[in-house]
Design a protein around this ligand. Sequence first.
Ligand SMILES: NC(=O)c1ccc[n+]([C@@H]2O[C@H](COP(=O)([O-])OP(=O)(O)OC[C@H]3O[C@@H](n4cnc5c(N)ncnc54)[C@H](O)[C@@H]3O)[C@@H](O)[C@H]2O)c1
Length: 272
Amino acid sequence: MQQEKDVVVGLGEIGKPIYKLLSKSLLTVGYDLNPKLIDGKKFTKYKNVNTRFIHICIPFSDKFIAQVKIICENFSPKGVVIHSTIKPYTTRTLQSTLQIPVIYSATRGVHRRMNTDLKKYTKFFSIEKTAPNQKWASNTYSKILKKVQIHSKKISSPLTLELAKIVVDTSYYGWLINYAQLSNMIAQEHGVDYDEMWSFADDIHKFLGNRPKMFPGFIGGHCVIPNLDLIHNHTLNLIKEINDTYLKKVPKAKSINKKYDKSKKQSYDVTK
Ligand SMILES: NC(=O)c1ccc[n+]([C@@H]2O[C@H](COP(=O)([O-])OP(=O)(O)OC[C@H]3O[C@@H](n4cnc5c(N)ncnc54)[C@H](O)[C@@H]3O)[C@@H](O)[C@H]2O)c1
Protein backbone atom coordinates (compact mmCIF):
# COMPACT_ATOMS: atom_id res chain seq x y z
CA MET A 1 0.00 0.00 0.00
CA GLN A 2 1.21 3.52 -0.80
CA GLN A 3 2.57 5.43 2.14
CA GLU A 4 0.51 8.40 3.35
CA LYS A 5 1.17 11.11 5.89
CA ASP A 6 -0.97 13.18 8.23
CA VAL A 7 -0.24 16.91 8.50
CA VAL A 8 -0.88 18.96 11.64
CA VAL A 9 -1.33 22.63 10.77
CA GLY A 10 -0.78 25.20 13.54
CA LEU A 11 1.88 24.06 16.00
CA GLY A 12 0.73 26.05 19.02
CA GLU A 13 -0.77 24.99 22.33
CA ILE A 14 -3.00 22.26 20.90
CA GLY A 15 -1.26 21.60 17.59
CA LYS A 16 2.10 20.75 19.10
CA PRO A 17 0.80 18.09 21.51
CA ILE A 18 -1.48 16.64 18.80
CA TYR A 19 1.51 16.50 16.46
CA LYS A 20 3.66 14.80 19.12
CA LEU A 21 0.99 12.24 19.88
CA LEU A 22 0.27 11.33 16.25
CA SER A 23 3.98 11.23 15.40
CA LYS A 24 4.56 8.43 17.90
CA SER A 25 2.48 5.95 15.88
CA LEU A 26 1.90 7.48 12.44
CA LEU A 27 3.83 9.26 9.74
CA THR A 28 3.03 12.87 10.64
CA VAL A 29 4.52 16.19 9.72
CA GLY A 30 3.82 19.59 11.24
CA TYR A 31 3.28 22.90 9.47
CA ASP A 32 2.99 26.43 10.83
CA LEU A 33 3.14 29.97 9.47
CA ASN A 34 6.07 30.38 11.84
CA PRO A 35 8.90 28.42 10.16
CA LYS A 36 10.77 28.13 13.46
CA LEU A 37 8.12 25.70 14.71
CA ILE A 38 8.49 23.32 11.76
CA ASP A 39 10.84 20.34 11.65
CA GLY A 40 12.17 21.39 8.25
CA LYS A 41 14.16 18.23 7.54
CA LYS A 42 11.19 15.95 8.17
CA PHE A 43 8.85 18.25 6.25
CA THR A 44 11.11 18.17 3.18
CA LYS A 45 11.76 14.43 3.44
CA TYR A 46 8.06 13.60 3.19
CA LYS A 47 7.02 16.47 0.92
CA ASN A 48 6.07 14.14 -1.93
CA VAL A 49 4.17 11.62 0.20
CA ASN A 50 0.40 11.92 -0.24
CA THR A 51 -1.57 13.54 2.59
CA ARG A 52 -4.33 11.57 4.27
CA PHE A 53 -5.72 14.04 6.84
CA ILE A 54 -4.94 17.67 7.47
CA HIS A 55 -5.39 18.36 11.20
CA ILE A 56 -6.41 21.99 11.61
CA CYS A 57 -5.20 23.52 14.90
CA ILE A 58 -5.21 27.22 14.06
CA PRO A 59 -7.27 29.84 15.94
CA PHE A 60 -10.69 30.76 14.57
CA SER A 61 -11.13 34.12 12.85
CA ASP A 62 -13.18 35.61 10.03
CA LYS A 63 -10.50 34.26 7.69
CA PHE A 64 -10.70 30.69 9.02
CA ILE A 65 -12.60 29.16 6.08
CA ALA A 66 -10.40 30.89 3.51
CA GLN A 67 -7.29 29.76 5.43
CA VAL A 68 -8.42 26.13 5.56
CA LYS A 69 -9.17 26.20 1.83
CA ILE A 70 -5.67 27.47 1.07
CA ILE A 71 -4.18 24.81 3.34
CA CYS A 72 -6.17 22.15 1.45
CA GLU A 73 -4.98 23.50 -1.88
CA ASN A 74 -1.38 23.31 -0.67
CA PHE A 75 -1.51 19.79 0.76
CA SER A 76 -4.28 18.11 -1.32
CA PRO A 77 -5.44 15.90 1.58
CA LYS A 78 -8.07 13.16 1.38
CA GLY A 79 -9.84 14.66 4.40
CA VAL A 80 -9.80 17.46 6.97
CA VAL A 81 -10.07 17.24 10.76
CA ILE A 82 -10.73 20.48 12.64
CA HIS A 83 -9.47 20.40 16.22
CA SER A 84 -9.89 24.17 16.80
CA THR A 85 -12.83 25.73 18.61
CA ILE A 86 -14.99 27.23 15.91
CA LYS A 87 -18.09 29.31 15.33
CA PRO A 88 -21.24 27.18 15.03
CA TYR A 89 -22.04 26.22 11.40
CA THR A 90 -18.40 26.52 10.30
CA THR A 91 -18.11 22.80 9.51
CA ARG A 92 -21.26 22.97 7.40
CA THR A 93 -20.03 26.02 5.48
CA LEU A 94 -16.61 24.52 4.95
CA GLN A 95 -18.04 21.20 3.82
CA SER A 96 -20.22 22.95 1.26
CA THR A 97 -17.13 24.43 -0.38
CA LEU A 98 -14.83 21.39 -0.30
CA GLN A 99 -14.98 18.12 -2.26
CA ILE A 100 -13.33 16.15 0.55
CA PRO A 101 -14.82 15.08 3.92
CA VAL A 102 -14.53 17.53 6.82
CA ILE A 103 -14.60 16.19 10.38
CA TYR A 104 -15.10 18.43 13.39
CA SER A 105 -13.36 17.06 16.49
CA ALA A 106 -13.41 19.53 19.38
CA THR A 107 -10.43 19.59 21.72
CA ARG A 108 -10.74 19.52 25.49
CA GLY A 109 -8.06 20.19 28.02
CA VAL A 110 -5.86 22.89 29.41
CA HIS A 111 -2.77 23.89 27.46
CA ARG A 112 -0.22 23.35 30.22
CA ARG A 113 -1.24 19.69 30.61
CA MET A 114 -2.53 19.09 27.08
CA ASN A 115 -0.34 16.03 26.52
CA THR A 116 -2.16 14.12 29.28
CA ASP A 117 -5.54 15.78 28.76
CA LEU A 118 -5.66 14.65 25.14
CA LYS A 119 -5.53 11.06 26.31
CA LYS A 120 -7.77 11.61 29.32
CA TYR A 121 -10.83 12.90 27.47
CA THR A 122 -12.84 11.03 24.87
CA LYS A 123 -12.31 12.81 21.55
CA PHE A 124 -15.76 13.56 20.17
CA PHE A 125 -16.12 13.99 16.44
CA SER A 126 -18.80 14.45 13.84
CA ILE A 127 -19.25 14.79 10.10
CA GLU A 128 -21.96 16.32 7.93
CA LYS A 129 -24.46 13.88 6.44
CA THR A 130 -23.72 15.42 3.04
CA ALA A 131 -19.96 14.83 3.23
CA PRO A 132 -18.38 12.71 0.50
CA ASN A 133 -16.45 9.59 1.59
CA GLN A 134 -17.83 10.00 5.09
CA LYS A 135 -17.64 6.33 5.98
CA TRP A 136 -13.97 6.24 5.05
CA ALA A 137 -13.32 9.48 6.96
CA SER A 138 -15.09 8.39 10.17
CA ASN A 139 -13.59 4.91 10.20
CA THR A 140 -10.09 6.09 9.43
CA TYR A 141 -10.21 8.89 12.01
CA SER A 142 -11.49 6.48 14.72
CA LYS A 143 -8.68 4.07 13.86
CA ILE A 144 -6.09 6.85 14.09
CA LEU A 145 -7.36 7.82 17.53
CA LYS A 146 -7.39 4.20 18.66
CA LYS A 147 -3.83 3.78 17.50
CA VAL A 148 -2.71 6.71 19.64
CA GLN A 149 -4.79 5.44 22.58
CA ILE A 150 -7.47 8.10 22.53
CA HIS A 151 -11.08 7.02 23.01
CA SER A 152 -13.37 8.45 20.39
CA LYS A 153 -17.08 9.06 20.12
CA LYS A 154 -18.96 10.00 16.99
CA ILE A 155 -22.03 12.18 17.47
CA SER A 156 -24.86 13.02 15.11
CA SER A 157 -23.92 16.46 13.81
CA PRO A 158 -20.95 18.84 13.79
CA LEU A 159 -23.30 21.64 14.87
CA THR A 160 -24.12 19.81 18.12
CA LEU A 161 -20.41 19.49 18.84
CA GLU A 162 -19.60 23.07 17.83
CA LEU A 163 -22.27 24.28 20.27
CA ALA A 164 -21.27 21.76 22.95
CA LYS A 165 -17.69 23.02 23.07
CA ILE A 166 -18.87 26.55 23.77
CA VAL A 167 -22.13 26.06 25.68
CA VAL A 168 -21.48 23.10 27.97
CA ASP A 169 -17.71 23.38 28.29
CA THR A 170 -16.09 26.81 28.35
CA SER A 171 -19.13 29.08 28.86
CA TYR A 172 -20.56 26.81 31.53
CA TYR A 173 -17.25 26.99 33.35
CA GLY A 174 -17.31 30.78 33.06
CA TRP A 175 -20.89 30.86 34.32
CA LEU A 176 -19.91 28.87 37.41
CA ILE A 177 -16.92 31.13 38.08
CA ASN A 178 -19.25 34.13 37.70
CA TYR A 179 -21.32 32.75 40.55
CA ALA A 180 -18.20 32.47 42.68
CA GLN A 181 -17.38 36.10 41.78
CA LEU A 182 -20.91 37.25 42.66
CA SER A 183 -20.91 35.37 45.94
CA ASN A 184 -17.46 36.74 46.80
CA MET A 185 -18.63 40.31 46.10
CA ILE A 186 -21.59 39.72 48.42
CA ALA A 187 -19.32 38.19 51.10
CA GLN A 188 -16.98 41.18 50.90
CA GLU A 189 -19.82 43.67 50.98
CA HIS A 190 -21.01 42.17 54.25
CA GLY A 191 -17.57 41.45 55.68
CA VAL A 192 -17.99 37.66 55.89
CA ASP A 193 -15.49 34.95 54.97
CA TYR A 194 -16.05 33.46 51.50
CA ASP A 195 -14.86 29.96 52.39
CA GLU A 196 -16.80 29.81 55.63
CA MET A 197 -19.96 30.91 53.84
CA TRP A 198 -19.45 28.28 51.14
CA SER A 199 -18.78 25.53 53.69
CA PHE A 200 -22.57 25.50 54.11
CA ALA A 201 -22.84 24.01 50.60
CA ASP A 202 -20.25 21.27 51.12
CA ASP A 203 -22.61 18.61 52.43
CA ILE A 204 -25.22 19.32 49.80
CA HIS A 205 -22.61 19.04 47.09
CA LYS A 206 -21.31 15.82 48.62
CA PHE A 207 -24.76 14.22 48.60
CA LEU A 208 -26.35 15.74 45.50
CA GLY A 209 -23.36 16.87 43.43
CA ASN A 210 -25.13 20.08 42.44
CA ARG A 211 -23.52 22.85 44.56
CA PRO A 212 -19.95 23.08 43.22
CA LYS A 213 -17.90 25.75 44.96
CA MET A 214 -15.72 27.52 42.46
CA PHE A 215 -12.69 29.66 43.03
CA PRO A 216 -13.55 33.39 42.90
CA GLY A 217 -10.76 34.49 40.58
CA PHE A 218 -10.77 36.69 37.49
CA ILE A 219 -11.38 34.82 34.24
CA GLY A 220 -8.29 35.56 32.18
CA GLY A 221 -6.57 33.36 29.64
CA HIS A 222 -7.81 32.72 26.18
CA CYS A 223 -10.69 30.27 26.13
CA VAL A 224 -13.79 31.18 28.13
CA ILE A 225 -14.02 34.87 27.17
CA PRO A 226 -12.91 34.69 23.49
CA ASN A 227 -15.21 31.70 22.89
CA LEU A 228 -18.19 33.91 23.81
CA ASP A 229 -17.52 35.84 20.62
CA LEU A 230 -18.08 32.68 18.61
CA ILE A 231 -21.69 32.40 19.71
CA HIS A 232 -22.90 35.97 20.37
CA ASN A 233 -25.57 34.98 22.84
CA HIS A 234 -26.90 38.00 24.69
CA THR A 235 -27.29 36.18 28.02
CA LEU A 236 -23.96 34.35 27.83
CA ASN A 237 -22.28 37.71 27.24
CA LEU A 238 -23.13 38.44 30.88
CA ILE A 239 -20.15 36.22 31.71
CA LYS A 240 -17.82 38.86 30.32
CA GLU A 241 -19.78 41.72 31.90
CA ILE A 242 -19.78 40.13 35.37
CA ASN A 243 -16.08 39.31 34.99
CA ASP A 244 -15.30 42.95 34.12
CA THR A 245 -17.46 44.24 36.98
CA TYR A 246 -15.67 41.86 39.34
CA LEU A 247 -12.32 43.37 38.45
CA LYS A 248 -13.64 46.85 39.20
CA LYS A 249 -15.14 45.79 42.54
CA VAL A 250 -12.31 43.45 43.55
CA PRO A 251 -9.21 45.14 42.11
CA LYS A 252 -6.96 42.36 43.39
CA ALA A 253 -9.05 39.72 41.58
CA LYS A 254 -6.23 38.88 39.19
CA SER A 255 -3.73 38.16 41.93
CA ILE A 256 -5.89 36.32 44.45
CA ASN A 257 -5.67 33.12 42.39
CA LYS A 258 -2.21 32.12 43.53
CA LYS A 259 -2.72 33.29 47.10
CA TYR A 260 -5.78 31.09 47.44
CA ASP A 261 -4.14 28.15 45.68
CA LYS A 262 -1.19 28.16 48.06
CA SER A 263 -2.76 28.92 51.40
CA LYS A 264 -6.01 26.99 51.00
CA LYS A 265 -4.67 24.26 48.73
CA GLN A 266 -7.65 24.62 46.43
CA SER A 267 -7.51 23.20 42.97
CA TYR A 268 -9.96 25.46 41.20
CA ASP A 269 -8.64 26.30 37.82
CA VAL A 270 -9.29 29.80 36.55
CA THR A 271 -6.60 30.01 33.92
CA LYS A 272 -8.81 29.24 30.93
N1 LIG B 1 -4.92 26.29 24.13
C1 LIG B 1 -5.84 25.49 24.65
O1 LIG B 1 -5.75 25.05 25.80
C2 LIG B 1 -7.02 25.07 23.80
C3 LIG B 1 -7.92 24.11 24.32
C4 LIG B 1 -8.98 23.70 23.53
C5 LIG B 1 -9.17 24.28 22.27
N2 LIG B 1 -8.30 25.23 21.82
C6 LIG B 1 -8.53 25.82 20.49
O2 LIG B 1 -7.50 25.40 19.60
C7 LIG B 1 -7.27 26.40 18.59
C8 LIG B 1 -5.82 26.75 18.56
O3 LIG B 1 -5.48 27.31 19.81
P1 LIG B 1 -3.99 27.34 20.37
O4 LIG B 1 -4.10 27.74 21.79
O5 LIG B 1 -3.25 26.08 20.04
O6 LIG B 1 -3.39 28.56 19.51
P2 LIG B 1 -1.88 29.05 19.47
O7 LIG B 1 -1.96 30.52 19.23
O8 LIG B 1 -1.11 28.54 20.63
O9 LIG B 1 -1.30 28.35 18.15
C9 LIG B 1 -1.78 28.57 16.88
C10 LIG B 1 -0.68 28.31 15.88
O10 LIG B 1 -1.26 28.32 14.57
C11 LIG B 1 -0.39 29.00 13.69
N3 LIG B 1 -1.19 29.46 12.57
C12 LIG B 1 -2.15 30.41 12.57
N4 LIG B 1 -2.71 30.51 11.34
C13 LIG B 1 -2.07 29.61 10.56
C14 LIG B 1 -2.20 29.23 9.20
N5 LIG B 1 -3.09 29.80 8.39
N6 LIG B 1 -1.37 28.25 8.72
C15 LIG B 1 -0.48 27.66 9.53
N7 LIG B 1 -0.32 27.97 10.82
C16 LIG B 1 -1.11 28.94 11.34
C17 LIG B 1 0.24 30.10 14.54
O11 LIG B 1 1.46 30.55 13.99
C18 LIG B 1 0.41 29.38 15.89
O12 LIG B 1 1.68 28.76 16.00
C19 LIG B 1 -8.20 27.56 18.95
O13 LIG B 1 -9.38 27.44 18.21
C20 LIG B 1 -8.48 27.34 20.43
O14 LIG B 1 -9.69 27.91 20.84
C21 LIG B 1 -7.23 25.63 22.54
